[in-house]
Unconditional design. Structure first.
Length: 63
């Protein structure tokens, strides 16, 4: 990230911007983590459904 060194604004304002950027990064990483968990859970569910259908079809073909 490139900083604008010619900025002459209030130091408190700069600090607030830095804090806001840090908070956005934390939220982004939290969302990535949550999305990864959701993705894994969906994959696990799809796998369980697929296995369940296979077992059902095997039982049906034995009859």
């Amino acid at each position: 990230m490139k900083l604008n060194t010619s900025y002459t604004g209030d130091e408190n304002e700069v600090e607030l911007v830095v804090i806001a950027i840090a908070n956005i990064k934390v939220i982004h990483h939290t969302n990535v983590s949550i999305n990864g968990t959701i993705h894994r859970n969906l994959q696990r569910t799809q796998s369980n459904i697929h296995r369940s259908i296979q077992l059902h079809m095997e039982k049906k073909s034995e009859i």
